[in-house]
Ligand binder design. Structure first.
Ligand code: NDP
Length: 445
């Protein structure tokens, strides 16, 4: 790493003790930014990096609610409003027991660069809670969401901060959150949240957008080597929103997705995952993935273990951070891996990324490859602002154009900085320069 940046990194790490995921995200970005500071010494003089690593605002709050047995429960809520140089803070809410400030900050930090890469006018933020929706009734989830919004509402707004979904937050949760926001403020402010239902201000294609976008980005990477997804053997981790839609899109482009997972285990389905059945099991019944194997002949279920042990030519990690380590990466490479498109945020460890890059595997980092979700959220905001709703075809076309544009921007930036094909460098520099220019123009704030 560039020596000037090392000193800034050390300060950031010391100022934010115990936040391992945030440290990881910061270090990964800093490793790309040396050459930018050679060309732009003004960024160092204006302390852009120091400011970028310090969120503009961090909100932590108590979320009290009662479970179905009448017992009082207390969770912790977070919203980190990281950077508004390009637009209102934008980024999802995650409900998962592992959520703490370090996770929210890593996600918010990544979001700044991701949102810049989309070319849309959105800043970076992220939030969530250590609430675990798994095994909770609809009524419990609703009471939790109402309590969460009873504090959050005072910090958000269509010109301020626009949350969306993430792990554990889908259409059901966005509905309860929006209902409570409307009730408290007495405003039908559609643009305050994205991921809404289509009949009340949501956008077609938003549920599919992150998974679809990841696959479109991966297809663009493959094209640079004169190949495509047609005929590829694909493994996807996770079986949530991003994973299911990535599977659907990959198979529509001629790939065979032979495995997917949840946090309990994985299924291997050599003839290709049956997307309709997977949706039924996961989205309608909210059941475990094991049920998919029980309902389809010829499918094996592996309890525990790693889905990356199933060999593939294309890997799409779509579950969670640090789910794919150096050992798994090496096994995948030995099995003939050609490309990785990250649907999740930071799913590959730094060790895994090094293995992929050394082996010449095409590697699309999450901040570029999974940007289709937030980009379509920005399209939802556009539709809300103009009180319009677009067709599926038109919205999907916009999403495709945006993903192709992000791929081009990353590839061109990597080329410009002398490392053609290095999408990590391309995404980090491409996103950073846009934000840094805007911060410089807006003065010391
Ligand atoms: P969902 O809650 O819909 O699904 C998450 C999936 O990942 C589930 O299959 C879940 O399994 C699995 N998972 C979650 N945590 C773990 C864990 N600690 N270990 C193993 N498996 C785990 O979330 P999404 O699909 O929305 O999000 C997946 C990833 O994509 C996240 O990294 C998120 O930040 C990222 N992302 C999401 C976007 C969106 O639009 N939703 C946009 C951009 C990125 P189980 O059910 O067993 O918990």
């Amino acid at each position: 790493m560039d020596a000037r940046l090392e000193a800034i990194r050390d300060t950031v790490l010391a100022r934010n003790p115990g936040e391992a995921e945030f440290h990881q995200a910061v270090v990964e970005v800093f490793e790309s930014l040396g050459p930018v500071h050679d060309r732009h010494p003004e960024f160092l003089e204006a302390a852009i990096l120091e400011r970028l690593c310090e969120p503009e605002r961090q909100i932590i709050f108590r979320v009290p609610w009662t479970d179905d047995a009448g017992r009082v429960r207390i969770n912790r809520g977070f919203r980190v409003e990281f950077n508004s140089a390009l637009g209102p803070y934008k980024g999802g809410l995650r409900f998962h027991p592992s959520v703490y400030l370090g996770i929210v900050k890593f996600l918010g930090f990544e979001q700044i660069f991701k949102n810049a890469l989309t070319g849309m006018p959105i800043g970076g933020g992220k939030g969530g809670s250590d609430f675990d929706p798994r095994g909770r009734s609809d009524a419990e989830v609703m009471r939790f969401c109402q309590s969460f919004m009873t504090e959050l509402y005072r910090h958000i707004g269509e010109y301020t901060d626009v949350p969306a979904g993430d792990i554990g937050v889908g259409g059901r949760e966005i509905g309860y959150l929006f209902g409570q926001y409307k009730r408290i403020t007495n405003r039908y402010e559609s643009g305050v949240l994205t991921g809404k239902g289509v009949s009340w201000g949501g956008s077609l294609v938003r549920p599919e957008a992150t998974g679809f976008g990841t696959v479109i980005f991966t297809q663009e990477m493959l094209k640079t080597r004169g190949t495509s997804l047609e005929g590829q053997r694909v493994v996807v981790s996770g079986s949530g929103n991003v994973a299911i839609n990535a599977i659907a899109k990959a198979q529509s482009l001629g790939a065979t997705v032979v495995a997917c997972s949840d946090s309990s285990g994985y299924v291997v389905d050599e003839t290709g995952i049956d997307v309709a059945l997977l949706r039924e099991v996961k989205e309608v019944q909210r059941a475990r993935l094991k049920e998919y194997a029980e309902r389809r002949a010829g499918v094996s279920y592996v309890d525990g273990g790693s889905v990356w042990d199933v060999g593939a030519t294309v890997a799409l990690p779509c579950a969670t951070q640090n789910e794919l380590d150096g050992g798994a990466a090496a096994r995948l490479v030995r099995g003939g891996l050609v490309a990785v498109g990250e649907g999740a945020n930071m799913p590959s460890t730094r060790g895994a990324i090094a293995v992929f890059q050394e082996a010449g595997v095409l590697f699309g980092p999450g901040k570029a490859a999974n940007a289709g979700g937030v980009a379509t959220s920005a399209l939802e905001m556009q539709q809300n602002a103009s009180r319009d709703s677009w067709s599926f075809e038109h919205t999907e076309e916009r999403l495709t154009d945006i993903m192709v544009g992000i791929h081009e921007r990353c590839a061109a930036t990597a080329e410009e900085y002398g490392e053609p094909g290095n999408y990590v460098l391309g995404a980090n520099i491409g996103g950073f320069v846009k934000v840094a220019d805007a911060m410089l123009a807006q003065g010391l704030i």
